[in-house]
Design a protein around this ligand. Structure first.
Ligand code: PLP
Length: 412
């Protein structure tokens, strides 16, 4: 099946008992068996089945299979949130004394997880520009993971994943990439050598801002049996390539408890069905809005990696078929008040979140990045005039008119 078909049919055949074509919501905590022996077999993985919904659930399992198929991966684990996915991967791979190399400009929650939590367990974090040579120079014998995002936000860097995966491969380190903003539709990023993909399914996959969720996909390219992780290499003796997913499912994911509610897995499955249709419209509307803003006399700057003069345009063409994603940032002419512009928006909603069908806008410096002082914000690429937009799938002319009138009001 091709991606648009997998998004609709992947991971689930009509319910054999009732013929239901929508994935049933198995709103159950646990599962009963006819005999103690059967329960013991399922418990120990000798027979297929579910024992407890913190470990697995049939609705969530359909989502996991569909996501794994869309990412062309070995398997997937769905989590309660994007942060739940990233936490499980990091706690599943790293231990005290290990080093994590991360690209700069990551999602705020990820930065906080790395610096406020992982460092407390003796894990060292090095933040680097999105340049493979910088990563090659920073690798040491203690480096265990390289972490990047497909397109960072709000800096809109587009790391060259092919170059990063070459560096990771040379040192036998897994490359873990958060593909939330490009989704499996502009991927699968397995083809660039990414070993583990993580998603916040809250965003484009859900697509309508109705639930929080995340996912982890093992693409199958990292050889756990020959890797840098003793416990996984041992486990790979039995589980082979499934070692990482098996350890996540049976230990890390099970113990951390960030499992999704079955109802939320249903909402993610439903979102996935239309993702291949929505994503190109998000990208097209974002490109057109970026071009419109670029031509506005009252707009001082626009940052969108799909713009013709963006330094990332060639990477966007090579990796993501020219789609620069749905996020852009811009700043108004000197002296204009970004709050006045945001307050004048009629269609776009002033809110955090991204990847909603609706167009959303916010002022990063006073919201997501308010916990940092001005100097630190500048280092993070967040200026006081910056407005961030997650471009929705409304009619483009309505989006354009909204920004046109809001900018005019801000300039009065
Ligand atoms: C939102 C987001 C996350 C965190 O996901 P939650 O579902 O909110 O926990 C992680 N990475 C990126 C790139 C995000 O946009």
């Amino acid at each position: 099946m091709r991606p648009a078909t997998t998004a609709i049919h992947g991971g689930f055949d009509d319910d054999p008992e009732t013929g239901a074509t929508a994935v049933p919501i198995y709103q159950t905590a646990s599962y009963a068996y006819a005999s103690a022996g059967e329960l013991a077999d399922v418990f120990h993985g000798r027979a297929p089945g579910h024992v407890y919904s913190r470990i697995s659930n049939p609705t969530t399992h359909a989502l996991e299979r569909r996501l794994a198929q869309m990412e062309d991966g070995l398997g997937a684990i769905a989590t309660a949130s994007g942060m739940g996915a990233i936490s499980a991967v990091m706690l599943g791979l790293l231990r005290g004394g290990d080093e994590l190399l991360a690209v700069r400009g990551l999602f705020g929650g990820t930065v906080s997880l790395f610096h406020n939590i992982l460092t407390r367990f003796g894990i060292k974090i090095k933040t680097l520009p999105p340049d493979a040579d910088a990563f090659a120079r920073a690798v040491t014998p203690a480096t265990r993971v390289i972490f990047a995002e497909t397109i960072t936000n709000p800096t809109m860097d587009v790391p060259d994943l092919e170059a990063l995966s070459r560096v990771a491969g040379e040192h036998n380190i897994p490359l873990v990439v958060d593909a939330t903003v490009t989704t499996p539709v502009l991927g699968p990023i397995k083809r660039f050598g990414v070993d583990v993909v993580v998603h916040s399914t809250t965003k484009f996959i859900n697509g309508h801002g109705t639930a929080i969720g995340g996912a982890i996909v093992d693409t199958g390219s990292y050889r756990w049996a020959k890797g840098r992780f003793d416990d996984l290499a041992t486990l790979a003796g039995r589980a082979e390539q499934m070692a990482f997913l098996a350890r996540l499912r049976n230990v890390v994911y099970r113990d951390l408890g960030a499992c999704p509610a079955p109802q939320n897995s249903f909402l993610m499955l439903q979102g996935l069905e239309t993702l291949p249709v929505r994503m190109p419209i998000h990208c097209e509307n974002a490109r057109r809005l970026a071009e419109f803003l670029d031509g506005c006399a009252s707009v001082k700057w626009v940052n969108y990696p799909g713009l013709a003069d963006s330094p990332y345009r060639p990477t966007v063409n090579r990796l993501y078929s020219g789609c620069g994603g749905a996020l852009l940032t811009f700043g108004l002419a000197d002296g204009a008040d970004p709050f006045a512009c945001l307050d004048a928006l009629r269609l776009a909603r002033r809110m955090t979140n991204l990847g909603d069908a609706k167009t959303l806008a916010l002022h990063p410096a006073s919201t997501i990045f308010a916990e940092y002082d001005a100097r630190r914000r500048t280092e993070m690429g967040v200026t006081d005039d910056m407005i961030r937009v997650s471009v929705g799938i409304e009619d483009f002319e309505d989006i354009r008119e909204d920004f046109e009138q809001a900018i005019a009001k801000a300039m009065e």
